[in-house]
Design a protein around this ligand. Sequence first.
Ligand code: CAA
Length: 295
Amino acid sequence: MSEIQRVGVVGCGLMGGGIAQVCAQAGYETVVREVDQAFLDRGMSGIQKNLDRAVSKGKLEESERDAIVGRLQPTLALDDLAECDLVLEAIIENLDAKIELFSAVGKLCKATAIFASNTSSLSITEMAAGTDRAERFVGLHFFSPVPVMPLVEVVRCGQTSEEAFKLAYAFAESLGKSPIACGDNTGFVVNRLLVPYMLDAIRAYESGVASIPDIDTGMRLGCGYPMGPFTLGDFVGLDTLYHITDIMYNEYKEARFASPPLLRRMFLAGYHGRKTGKGFYDYSDDEPVVSDFVK
Ligand code: CAA
């Protein structure tokens, strides 16, 4: 295990909850901070459900589950992060909110603590520059669903020290993940390739190439992908995809990163995928069907 013993995870949504779960599973004392009791309760009950499912499948002993839950310290108080050796944020994809958070946390935490962001597209360099410890700032980008996906992108920027990078890399390995090293280029490795692919799928649909289910089936059966691009978009969240697209387009000014009109309209209409019950598909029944927005 690395020198890191106590981890702070800020944000307990889809990503933060998954990250907190894998940290506690790997043996770290894990403080999970949310801004709102209802968000915190929802995130913690998601973790509990995942662990209960593992117990019912015989993959985890009840005593292990209870020990994992015992290592999680849910809180609304930022002060509870003071003793953490690593503080990892997974809050909304908004640069100002992230900089404000790290500025507050910087006043609480020891100088040796490492700060990390799970951002998928914002600049690590810009976030690091807004803190009191740019040399101890990294990106740790996890993939959804976090307990299942083995990859973590470990991002270093120009200011990151070799020591902090190595610690962060070893930390990702200690979670049982397979890290890759990335520079601070918007989208890092995976989203730089994945986002244009998903946007192209939407453009293909818009120009009448095939139906949404047929494009999904094509990529699943033709390429062996576990989900087609529309199912994946709904799974990641079309609000998240739209925001990433916006950030990537602003950075690169290349047409392949620009949001297709349909994605923007679905975002504006609140068709955000699984999380809102409707996106490209409607999840009201057991079997998803194409949603009314794109029928
Ligand atoms: N949380 C926790 N565990 C989950 C889960 C979830 N949301 N969904 C599935 N699982 C677990 C199941 O419990 C099951 O565990 P066991 O093998 O231990 O029994 C395992 O995953 C497989 O699940 P299923 O058999 O139910 O379903 P599946 O075989 O269809 O797999 C999947 C589900 C893992 C999600 C698979 O469909 C998949 O890999 N999809 C692609 C996911 C992907 O591409 N993620 C990256 C998104 S991009 C991103 O995250 C980056 C970004 O910045 C936007």
